[in-house]
Design a protein around this ligand. Structure first.
Ligand SMILES: C[S@@+](CC[C@H](N)C(=O)[O-])C[C@H]1O[C@@H](n2cnc3c(N)ncnc32)[C@H](O)[C@@H]1O
Length: 356
């Protein structure tokens, strides 16, 4: 039997009653969710324009800041004041200045700069996310490889993209690198290779924190010159090496510890399992594999950044996806690792360790 149709009047009365009882909070939360990209885009434009690096040299009036950035006067004041309302700028007596965390992390002249990731969001990913609906309908990436080809071939063919992508990887993995340097029992091990380690942010943090460790990055050949410049900037060129290779064609180099960070999520299930098996083969007995990612909670309800990262993989790769902590532990066990352990890092990252 079908439900009798509710009259529009009785529906209106029921909604009004729910609002009075506060079981329905009004549409504010939903409108805020829908418009939150406005704030995100304004912030990313500030990063793209180098606004925070300009203000790191000293506070400026609206006109001075507008002229320094080459902006039209029509939107400039609203743009700057929106950044004030977001809490990333301060305005005192007509002068704009950076908020304290912005001053440390978004001034490109400082070694603490993490804007590489945000620059990539501003210049590449923002456009891909505009095509999320198409990605959801087709299951196809929406980036440079929309019509075929390999992501890393396409990215690395463009020197600007190569540089921005590797800088973005350093920003995204810095927190995890510091956590892994602190939480993994490094005293028991002497050497490591960071497989797909990009320009070496993880390697540098490990070498800085543990003087007895030697290691380096195994990655594709175009990454090597940027690794060398990055590692030299820390004075670590004698302790950290680069081995060029393709992890789907070449055996992985041997060391006490292998690391795969934000690597498995680029690939489909069969490729993920292949890479984990390759790591198991390359490790000595007693060795360990560390996998770190924005791993999804096992119930797939809470880690929103991990779930959104997985959608990002839909847009960026042919078959990649993010996965739960339990998935990762199962793949490691299936590859032969006797014991696994999961440890939370800076949100949203988790590391899973497989002990051989
Ligand atoms: C998403 S990035 C992760 C970088 C870094 N591990 C991090 O957590 O920031 C993936 C890395 O895998 C590397 N990579 C991709 N395909 C590869 C292959 N076939 N062989 C070796 N490295 C590869 C890329 O060059 C890149 O540095």
């Amino acid at each position: 039997m079908t439900e009798p149709q509710k009259s529009p009047h009785s529906l209106g009365r029921r909604l009004a009653a729910a609002l009075r009882r506060r079981s329905l909070l009004g549409p504010g939360r939903l409108l805020q969710l829908g418009t939150s990209f406005w704030a995100s885009r304004a912030f990313l434009s500030a990063v793209e324009l180098g606004l925070f690096s300009v203000l790191a040299r000293g506070p400026l009036t609206e006109r001075q800041l507008r002229e320094a950035l080459g902006l039209h006067e029509r939107g400039a004041r609203d743009f700057f004041d929106a950044l004030v309302a977001m809490g990333v700028l301060k305005r005192r007596r007509g002068l704009y200045a950076n908020a304290a965390d912005v001053e440390v992390f978004l001034d490109a002249a400082k070694p603490t700069y993490i804007g590489g990731l945000l620059e990539m969001m501003a210049t590449r990913q923002y456009g891909f996310w505009a095509q999320l609906t198409e990605g959801l309908r087709t299951g196809r990436p929406q980036n440079e490889t929309k019509h075929g080809g390999d992501l890393f071939d396409a990215l690395y063919a463009n020197p600007v993209h190569l540089r921005t992508f590797l800088a973005a990887m350093s920003s995204i993995s810095l927190g995890a690198a510091r956590g892994i340097a602190r939480k993994f029992p490094w005293k028991r091990y002497h050497s490591f290779w960071d497989v797909g380690g990009a320009q070496g942010s993880m390697s540098a943090q490990l070498a800085l924190a543990h003087a007895h460790l030697t290691g380096g990055v195994f990655d594709l050949p175009p990454v090597q010159p940027l690794f060398e410049t990055y590692v030299r900037s820390f004075g670590l060129e004698r302790r950290l090496r680069f081995q060029a290779g393709d992890f789907f064609r070449d055996p992985l180099p041997a060391a006490d510890v292998l690391i795969m960070g934000h690597v498995l999520h680029d690939w489909d299930l069969e490729q993920k399992r292949y890479l984990v098996r390759q790591a198991y083969e390359a490790l000595p007995a007693g060795g360990a594999l560390i996998v770190y990612e924005a791993m999804i909670d096992n119930e797939r309800r809470r880690n929103l950044p991990g779930l959104l990262m997985s959608l990002n993989m839909l847009l960026e790769t042919a078959g990649g996806f993010d996965f739960t902590i339990a998935d990762c532990q199962r793949w490691l066990k299936d590859a032969g690792f006797g014991r696994t352990r999961a440890l939370a890092l800076n949100r949203p990252d988790t590391m899973v360790i497989g002990f051989k």
